[in-house]
Design a protein around this ligand. Structure first.
Ligand SMILES: [Zn+2]
Length: 467
């Protein structure tokens, strides 16, 4: 947590004139932000069913108490989205801050305490949504409140969207907002979830900003054969046909390629990594070494293997129902995560060629997140995200990140918005603890959360405040 005096000191060093006149007491505002995060966690908006309207109503009431108007937009009355706007003078295009109000489910028996109690202990806030994504909801709400309280004069509108349905049902959330209410959220830039700082030796060492993400394009493999008695072998046993197809698909080393984000990511990682690691990052695309490097990634840090390619991962097999019956049909799901520029149909054709068995049908799932190019890493917004990060965390290297997962930013990027994901910093031990997003005992460190609120505030101020 940063005190006023530290902030003042930093402001004297900061050339941006816009920030000088807006002082924030981060001890007080941090405590307030934590209280709101706890209250948000205490609303169990598990999707399904979601019931995000309850969260939206909470945010609406908090904003209203500050004199900020907001409006609910609902395709399903129980699953409303909230939009608020603080107007600027219109000389620049708006910034959109997003946070999703739904959370994934829990296995409560695996938690220390009620996952919806918002328990605070040893500097952590526990609860489903503390990292995904009520931290961003609370941070966005606090930034709107501060803009209003301090009467910040803005060159651009700042829009806050607390959207429902991110966890697998974007039709009620971001798709509904993009398709039916784009006019109320249209922006030049967007800031949402998906980034993360990494703390080493008590300091933020890398500061990841999500600039692009892979596209979920899963398929179901359906194998068909002749049913019969388990005592009699058959060449067209559906279980065997499926198993062969799954094995071939999983072993397929798809084409490796870099984009602007991953190229910069590996270059920056090479500059800060110990020599034995740096040599891997430096030689990712070196034809002489790339095979070896990729193999090392696969064995030791599969995330790096994944961001180099469209990945194919078997996750579900559904075959047979009785030990002495050969079923007529067997199926498997391949969780395919495509590079942002992948030729989807072409990839499915290549998959069919790899499986090379006409008895296996490839059935793609409906597309629920559109394709979108990576957001830029040389524009005013990325430079600001980078400058503020280095200002707040002088030892940090800012890394543009391609997420292997998917978020609602896909939809806004597809509309031409430059979108960036941020998140609280965590230690390596914390990242490896299992207490992360979607995990048991999901938790956020209070100081890291408050620091994230301050970061978002400073970025919005630098991008939006009039001189
Ligand atoms: Zn999320």
């Amino acid at each position: 947590m940063r005190s006023v005096s530290t902030l003042l000191f930093l402001l004297l060093l900061t050339p941006a004139a816009a920030q000088r006149s807006y002082l924030v007491d981060w001890d007080a505002v941090g405590a307030e932000a934590i209280d709101h995060l706890v209250e948000l966690v205490q609303i169990p908006s598990v999707n399904p069913p979601g019931n995000e309207t309850e969260v939206a109503e909470y945010v609406k009431a908090v904003l209203a108490a500050e004199g900020i108007e907001s409006r609910l937009y609902a395709l399903d009355p129980a699953r409303a989205n909230l939009v608020a706007r603080i107007e600027g003078n219109g000389s620049k295009q708006p910034i959109l801050i997003m946070g999703h109000t739904d959370v994934v489910g829990v296995q409560p028996e695996k938690w220390y305490a009620d996952p919806f109690s918002g328990m605070r202990q040893d500097g952590y806030i526990y609860g489903r949504g503390t990292l995904d994504d009520k931290d961003n909801v609370a941070a966005g709400m606090m930034v709107m409140i501060l803009l209003k309280r301090l009467g910040v004069e803005l060159d651009r509108d700042v829009i806050f969207l607390a959207e429902s349905g991110e966890e697998g049902t974007p039709d009620v959330g971001i798709n509904f907002m993009v398709e039916k209410h784009w006019d109320v959220i249209a922006a030049e830039y967007c800031i949402a979830e998906g980034g993360q700082g990494v703390i080493r030796d008590g300091k933020v060492h890398t500061f990841g900003v999500e600039t692009t993400e892979k596209m979920p394009r899963r398929v179901t493999l359906v194998a068909r054969g002749t049913p019969g008695h388990g005592s009699i072998p058959r060449l067209d046993n559906a279980v065997m046909i499926l198993a062969n197809a799954v094995a071939k698909a999983a072993a397929w080393q798809t084409e490796m390629r870099l984009n602007e984000t991953t190229e910069a990511y590996f270059r920056r990682m090479a500059a800060i990594a110990p020599p034995e690691e740096a040599v891997l990052y430096e030689n990712v695309a070196n034809p002489e070494m790339t095979d070896e490097v990729q193999q090392r990634f696969l064995e030791t840090f599969p995330y790096h293997y994944s961001i180099l390619r469209t990945s194919v991962v078997p996750t579900v097999i559904d075959a047979g129902f009785r030990r002495n019956v050969i079923p007529s049909e067997a199926s498997a799901i391949l969780d395919i995560r495509m590079l942002p520029d992948e030729d989807v149909e072409g990839f499915y054709q290549s998959l069919a060629a790899v499986i090379d068995d006409p008895r296996v049908e490839i059935v793609p799932e409906p597309i629920y997140r559109p394709a979108a190019p990576p957001s830029e890493i040389d524009n005013e917004m990325f430079q600001t995200l980078e400058r503020v990060a280095v200002d707040m965390y002088p030892e940090a290297t800012v890394l543009p990140i391609m997420s292997t997962g998917a978020t609602d930013m896909a939809q806004v990027r597809a509309k031409g918005v430059q979108a960036y994901g941020i998140g609280p910093a965590r230690t390596i031990a914390e990242i490896n603890s299992g207490f992360g997003a979607h995990g048991d005992n999901e938790r956020v460190a209070e100081d890291a959360f408050v620091s994230m609120v301050e970061y978002l505030w400073r970025v919005v101020l630098e991008m939006g405040a009039s001189d």
